[in-house]
Design a protein around this ligand. Structure first.
Ligand code: PHE
Length: 452
């Protein structure tokens, strides 16, 4: 029928056994771990927030990732059409459409922050980032409030993303990820040692690791949930799309576990580096989105070979942002391409230009447009809030109902267990998906809008 995607065409598959794992981890690990996690922990009052986030990752994130990959591998189509393959005469594909909107919104501001990272990498590379006696608050503040420069860097960053998506080449990125991710881990671990040996490190570690449960309120709970989803790239259609290229012989549960582990690992390392330094240099942990860009330069200034560390570090921030931005753009491009019958060569730049234009307003909301607010949020804050704390959890809720009550757990099990793979703890998974996760999500929602 008209609505059913063509299944006769041979479908692309990942090049190596690790192709899916690396690409999905490349999407998950990004600014969400290194830039967003520290500042939302700071705003959320520290360790209690971290515990909530970890709970959500394990209880909600991991089971949903398993389900989302299964939808993609079963459907073997894009984020929307995979639902159509599984449930042909239903409206469930609309949940895939929410994903497209979410990717659009996230990339709008994600491209801005990635542009900041690119700028800091170039500054470090040209030796203009670090200086003794430098006030990094002012230096960074001057940059992001400028009416032009942040948009120039955002556009530059987006051009790179568009070029990569336009070619449709995942191989290069796959290979780069292969080398860069392990190097990133080594670098982060060195920085953890440096940071935790600073004076007053104790105070920062306490803030990050010793929970004060009185800091928890409905806003904090929703923020922790949003962070868990955002950081895992969950319920955005990414796992469906990337999963649709996955080989049957690779374990879905194993890959999901690996992705979750890597994602949490990087976030925790980032926290262990940031918070000791934040307290050491007397920076306010709740200061918001510029936290990382201010704290790291202080650490590097105080380190032997700091300049080299700064170059390498901001290069990695840039690259990990890039691999996430690619996945964000690809979900939208795949959709635009099909719906408007355009070639990839047209769809990628057109989508890129529209997103950059919309995103420029979020860039300006740190400077000239900072006075425009709604519910106390700037344009950037509003985009981030609607995507991470409203649409993604809502879409996650629908995903859960779809898996648990529409497609049904035993069907998911059949998909997961293809080629002799195991589905450990299936009973628990099924129970979580059907009863626990939907209720938890619903309660958090009603609570955050003040109904409970
Ligand atoms: N998970 C990515 C990060 O942490 C951001 C992202 C969200 C990417 C949603 C794709 C989809 O940086």
């Amino acid at each position: 029928t008209r609505n059913t995607p063509n299944l006769n065409q041979p479908r692309e598959q990942w090049g190596t056994r690790f192709g899916f794992m690396l690409a999905a981890a490349g999407s998950a690990v990004g600014l969400g771990n290194i830039w967003r996690f520290p500042f939302v922990v700071g705003e959320g009052g520290g360790a209690a927030f971290v515990l909530l986030y970890l709970g959500f990752v394990l209880l909600i994130g991991l089971p949903l990732i398993i389900g989302e990959i299964s939808i993609g591998r079963k459907g073997r189509s894009n984020a929307m059409d995979s639902y159509k393959v599984i449930q042909p005469n239903s409206k469930w594909y609309l949940n895939g459409f929410i994903g497209v909107i979410v990717n659009f919104m996230i990339l709008s501001f994600y491209s801005v922050i990635s542009g900041w990272a690119l700028y800091y990498f170039i500054l470090a590379l040209t030796g203009n980032l670090l200086a003794n006696e430098k006030n990094y608050e002012n230096a960074f503040g001057g940059f992001i409030t400028d009416p032009i420069m942040p948009i120039v860097w955002q556009a530059l960053l987006m051009s790179i993303v568009v070029l990569i998506v336009l070619r449709g080449v995942k191989k290069g990125i796959e290979k780069w990820n292969n080398i860069l991710m392990p190097t990133l881990f080594v670098l982060l671990i060195i920085l953890v040692f440096k940071s935790t040996s600073l004076e007053n490190a104790q105070e920062g570690l306490q803030f990050f690791l010793q929970p004060d449960f009185s800091a928890i309120n409905s806003g904090v709970i929703l923020a922790a949930l949003g962070q868990a989803f955002f950081s895992l790239s969950l319920a955005t259609g990414m796992y469906v799309t990337y999963g649709s290229y996955k080989r049957n012989e690779n374990s879905i549960v194993g890959n999901a576990g690996g992705i979750v582990f890597l994602d949490v690992f990087v976030a925790i390392l980032a926290g262990l580096i940031i918070f000791p330094a934040v307290f050491h240099y007397g920076i306010d942990p709740g200061r918001g989105p510029d936290l990382v860009f201010i704290t790291f330069p202080y650490i590097f200034t105080d380190m032997p070979f700091g300049t080299i560390f700064a170059v390498v570090f901001f290069f990695f921030v840039f690259v990990s942002a890039l691999t996430s931005a690619i996945s964000l753009l690809e979900v939208v491009v795949a959709f635009v391409k099909e719906k408007f019958n355009l070639s990839r060569k047209v769809a990628a730049p057109v989508t890129g230009i529209v997103i950059t234009t919309v995103g420029a307003f979020t860039a300006l909301s740190f400077g000239p447009l900072s006075h425009i607010t709604l519910f106390d949020l700037t344009i950037f804050g509003l985009f981030d809030f609607i995507a991470a704390q409203v649409l993604i959890p809502f879409s996650g809720f629908l995903l859960c109902i779809f898996l648990g009550w529409v497609w049904k757990p035993h069907e998911v099990k059949l998909e997961v267990e293809k080629e002799g793979n195991k589905f450990p703890l299936f009973k628990l998974w099924s129970f979580l998906i059907r009863y626990v996760i939907p209720v938890v999500l619903l309660v958090i929602f009603l609570d955050s809008i003040g109904i409970l």
